[in-house]
Design a protein. Structure first.
Length: 339
């Protein structure tokens, strides 16, 4: 549960809505504290993490600067929460962005296991959507009913959870945005200014992404490969990531791509990808299973035949044959049993 909490009302500056700042922290009982803690934190399920950055010096990132001050001195909690709210108000440059309540919370770290390091966290949460609900109350010998609007507790609209670790590189930050209002940059870029952390999740995700692009886009332009061959490459790659704990570029390419010319083409494609995206993908890293699970849905090996058939390829490439006769092109599939 949180140790400190304050709420500010942040309107849309472009629409000439106001910014209303609280002067005091909220004082909540234990039940309300627990209720809000669950509401704020239950949406942070992904292992994908980000870090603050700046185009100049890191200290010039307003949110980074404010949370750093709070971590250093809790007595600055109210003052810096106001600075965060002001920055969010100034960052609103799209008239479609909804107004809402901005909650700033401080979570004092608690070690759940022996030898575990307790890490303090700061939460920044914004609620935007108003949901209708019914109020039913007794009136004389019957009941009356009214409709009102309030904050639903099923899903948080926007949130950021900053861990007090890795200060020199921009902290570790978890971020969610479930209500983009037609503006995908508002929360991640304009307000927080964060980028994905250079960790095992990042390297697993980016390696899968560049490999998939290579197989589906580049490979057919350089080599004679069928859709079945492409499906086989995708299957072997995702199985490699599922079965291994450690990624090694040479081991991966030798096992999955095999042909030295294809391996060379992939290495060149990866280099171009890194330059275009302005990132660096490691050739050795621990494989993050959460990143594999999230990205495997994009590795569906499907052969689409006109509008009549789809062939889902899950296994042995040798059990698929292609050909052509007087009736047209065909696929021949071999199997042991029908289910």
């Amino acid at each position: 549960m949180f140790s400190n909490i304050i709420v500010h009302k942040v309107g849309n500056k472009i629409n000439q809505e106001s910014l209303v700042l609280s002067q005091e922290e909220l004082q909540l009982d234990e039940d309300m504290n627990e209720l809000l803690t669950d509401f704020f934190l239950k949406g942070f399920k992904s292992e994908e993490q980000f870090q603050f950055y700046s185009d100049t010096y890191l200290v010039n990132n307003p949110v980074y600067s404010s949370v750093s001050e709070i971590f250093e001195n809790r007595s600055k909690f109210i003052f810096e929460s106001e600075n965060i709210a002001k920055h969010l108000y100034d960052a609103t440059e799209n008239p479609r962005v909804q107004d809402g309540e901005l909650f700033i919370c401080y979570f004092a770290g608690q070690a759940e296991q022996e030898n575990e390091v307790a890490i303090d966290k700061i939460g920044i949460f914004k609620t935007e959507n108003r949901n209708p609900f019914l109020k039913i109350y007794p009136k004389n010998e019957t009941f009356d009913i009214d409709k009102d609007y309030g904050i639903g507790l099923s899903k948080l609209d926007k949130g950021a959870l900053i861990y007090n670790t890795g200060k020199e590189t921009g902290y570790a930050v978890s971020v969610i945005d479930n209500n983009k209002n037609g503006d995908i940059y508002y929360w991640f870029e304009d307000f927080l200014k964060v980028k994905q952390r250079d960790d095992e999740y990042f390297h697993t995700q980016e390696t899968l992404a560049v490999y998939k692009d290579f197989i589906t886009k580049q490979l057919p332009t350089e080599f004679e490969v069928s859709k079945a061959d492409q499906a086989d490459f995708l299957n072997k790659s995702i199985n490699f990531f599922k079965e291994k704990e450690q990624f090694d570029f040479e081991e991966f390419t030798n096992e999955v791509l095999e042909d030295k010319n294809v391996i060379e083409s992939f290495a060149n494609f990866k280099t171009d990808y890194e330059q275009d995206m302005q990132i660096s993908i490691s050739e050795e890293f621990p494989i993050n299973s959460a990143a594999v699970k999230k990205n495997q849905r994009y590795f569906k090996s499907v052969i689409k035949l006109d509008k009549n058939f789809h062939i889902y390829v899950h296994g042995d490439r040798k059990r698929i044959e292609t050909g052509q006769n007087e009736k047209g092109k065909y696929y021949r599939l071999y199997f042991d049993e029908e289910k």
